[in-house]
Structure formats: structure tokens, C-alpha cells
Design a protein around this ligand. Structure first.
Ligand code: UDP
Ligand code: MG
Length: 340
């Protein structure tokens, strides 16, 4: 599909302090894009500040600005998903609202898209204004993630990326509830490439990812893309059983040699050790069962309270755009750039 439309999806959660500056930056970037019309899809993820009214004000003067407003806060990954579901462009870009993802990079992404790439992700060369802990823990996470899962997720990337229509259409078939969107995009495949940039500090306001949410995000990433933790549980079982056999032997030998000591220390150690291993194992099982439970409930991913500048048939999610756009071997038959 080529319609020369670029959709820019921006999740918004209490970004009142950033919206005006963001909108200005977007417009100056847009001034230099000639070959694409642009639509903006702001997803208001249950903001409790004035974000929605600021967005509505912009949308009033510019019908290319579309708003999807959730009934409550559903989380960043779901907000992105909704934006992608409603995006009608042949290319879709997801970016954060706090200007940590510089909108100017859109030019470079489009350049790669014209060259024929389906996914252009932005790689953070430096990350300003982020704590040492956040950088190190992110590095550690991607190392584990790539060791454990079959899809490889480029380190130092966020959700700031461009996707072609066939990637978006494929992604819309993946309706899992605990979502790790950047992993899902890697899983989809097609031609992917990265471009580097220096990440600025957040323009204003607080990060919406406190440690608790970061942890959940990391668990979602690993558990949705790897069964290795389950295997780990099995291996821990084997290893402790093996050690126990060895220790039972030691105890028996001691007994026959007449060392019948009170044995408090050894009993405590084995109880604590086995107890720990068992709890970890149950915990790992729990992580997976919890997610199975979530899937079994089959609730919708999000609920929309209102939309602005969006007509009724716009929703393209859950394969809704499938018949129209399902991946064709060559992107955008016939017309436009980017074909081989
Ligand atoms: N966000 C959202 N819902 C949430 C949390 C965050 O829509 O529950 C949005 C937020 O408004 C921002 C983007 O997701 O546009 C990234 O959040 P943030 O900048 O706080 O994350 P960080 O850059 O600190 O990892
Ligand atoms: Mg940010």
C-alpha cells in the first residue's frame, strides 16, 4: 500500500508540560518533508493533568491531528499499540512525547524507508539525563534478553522507530496482553536497520517509568519471548537433587563412622537452600501462569473513551487491516520509492 501518508504515533501520559514544545518541534520538522502527508495520532493514556485539553486545542485547528483517549491509564506499550491500530499511513513512526526522541530523526528514518527498509529503529548512542542505574540495568537486561530469547532485540533501542505498512499489519495480528512491543517488532522480521542518535534528557516532568514499572516491563520482555526460565527451574531441580544425593552419602558415612553430631547447621542449611530453590521455581511458574491467566480472560487490550478527528471505520487492529494490507512480497506495488 502506498498512500504517501506518514502516521506519527505519540503516547501521552501526563505530558502537559511537554505538549506545546513537542508540537512546535514536530511542525518545524514537518516543514522539510515534501513527499509525505502527515497525520499525528496522540494516544491519551488516562492523563490526569491538562494533556487532553491541550491536545484537543491543537486538534481543533488541525484535522490531521487525531486523538484516541483511553478510559484510564493502560500503560505505555498498550498506548503505542492503540496508536498503531488506528494509524492509516503507509509508514508509521512511534515516538515519546517528552522530546527524548528527537523528531528531527524522522528525516533519517524516511530516508532508510525510501531505501526499502521495513523497520528503522533508533539506537541511543549516549543517554543524557538518565541515571547510572537505569543505563546499567538496561544494558544488563538486553544482555540477558538476547541470551535467553530466540529473537534478538538490538540493545539501546526504545520504541522510537519507523515501521512499514506490512510490519504494522503483521503486528496487528499479535494481540498478546502483556506486551513488549519492541520485541514483537523484532519477531515480525522483514528488513530492519538502525540509525544512531544522542538521547537528550526529558524536557519536563517526571519519568513515567519508576522502578516498579521497569521491572514489570523487563519480566514481560523475558517471559513473552523465552521459555528458558522454565527450563532453568528444571535445571535447578536437577542440580539440587544431585547435590542432595552427594550430601546424603556424606551424612550416612558420618553416621557409620560414629559422628552423630546434633546437626543443627546442616539441617538449617539444607532447609533454607531447598526452600529458596523451591520458591524461586514456583515463582517462575507463577510468572507464566499469570500470563496464561491474562490471556485466558481475553479482555480487550484497551478501552477508548473518546476520539477526535477519527472517523468510525478507522480501526485497523486485530487484523482489521489484514485483507487490505497483508504483507505482499514487494512493498507498495508499482508506485513510489523504495522498491527493489
Ligand atoms: N507513557 C504512557 N503511559 C504510561 C507511561 C508512559 O503513555 O503509563 C508515555 C509517556 O507519556 C511518554 C512515553 O510513554 O510519551 C515514555 O515515557 P517516559 O518518557 O516517562 O519513559 P522513559 O523515557 O523515562 O523511559
Ligand atoms: Mg522519556
Amino acid at each position: 500500500m502506498t498512500n504517501n501518508l506518514l502516521s506519527i504515533v505519540i503516547p501521552i501520559y501526563n505530558e502537559g508540560k511537554c505538549i506545546d514544545a513537542l508540537w512546535q518541534r514536530l511542525q518545524s520538522v514537518e516543514a522539510n518533508i515534501r513527499d509525505f502527508a502527515i497525520e499525528y495520532i496522540f494516544v491519551n493514556d488516562g492523563s490526569t493533568d491538562n494533556s487532553l485539553s491541550l491536545l484537543k486545542h491543537i486538534a481543533e485547528h488541525d484535522t490531521r491531528v487525531k486523538i484516541i483517549s483511553f478510559s484510564r491509564n493502560f500503560g505505555h506499550q498498550i498506548a503505542i499499540t492503540a496508536g498503531i491500530d488506528y494509524a492509516g499511513g503507509e509508514a508509521v513512526i512511534v515516538m515519546d512525547a517528552d522530546l527524548q526522541d528527537p523528531p528531527e530523526l524522522v528525516h533519517d528514518m524516511l530516508e532508510k524507508y525510501r531505501e526499502g527498509y521495513d523497520v528503522v529503529y533508533a539506537v541511543r548512542r549516549v543517554r543524557k539525563g538518565e541515571t547510572y542505574f537505569k543505563r546499567k540495568s538496561a544494558e544488563f537486561f538486553y544482555k540477558i534478553m538476547n541470551r535467553l530469547s530466540l529473537v534478538s532485540i538490538p540493545p539501546n533501542t526504545g520504541d522510537f522507530r519507523l515501521m512499514s505498512r506490512r510490519v504494522v499489519a503483521s503486528l496487528s495480528l499479535l494481540r498478546e496482553r502483556d506486551r513488549f512491543v519492541r520485541g514483537m517488532i523484532s519477531w515480525v522480521g522483514f528488513r530492519q536497520t538502525g540509525i544512531e542518535f544522542d538521547r537528550d534528557p526529558r524536557l519536563a516532568g517526571e519519568t513515567k517509568y519508576p522502578l516498579r514499572k521497569m521491572m514489570k516491563f523487563a519480566f514481560d520482555g523475558i517471559v513473552s519471548f523465552s521459555n528458558v526460565p522454565l527450563k532453568l527451574a528444571t535445571w535447578m531441580g536437577f542440580i539440587t537433587s544431585f547435590l542432595s544425593i552427594f550430601y546424603i552419602f556424606v551424612v550416612l558415612v558420618k553416621k557409620f563412622l560414629g559422628y552423630t553430631l546434633p546437626g543443627y547447621a546442616s539441617i538449617m542449611i539444607s532447609i533454607l537452600f531447598l526452600g529458596g530453590v523451591q520458591l524461586i521455581t514456583i515463582g517462575i511458574l507463577g510468572e507464566y501462569i499469570g500470563r496464561i491467566y491474562n490471556e485466558a480472560k481475553a479482555r480487550p487490550l484497551y478501552l477508548v473513551e473518546e476520539t477526535v478527528n477519527i472517523d468510525g471505520n478507522r480501526y485497523l487492529g486485530e487484523g482489521g487491516g489484514r485483507d487490505k494490507y497483508i504483507p505482499s512480497p514487494t512493498r507498495g506495488e508499482g508506485k513510489g520509492e523504495g522498491k527493489q
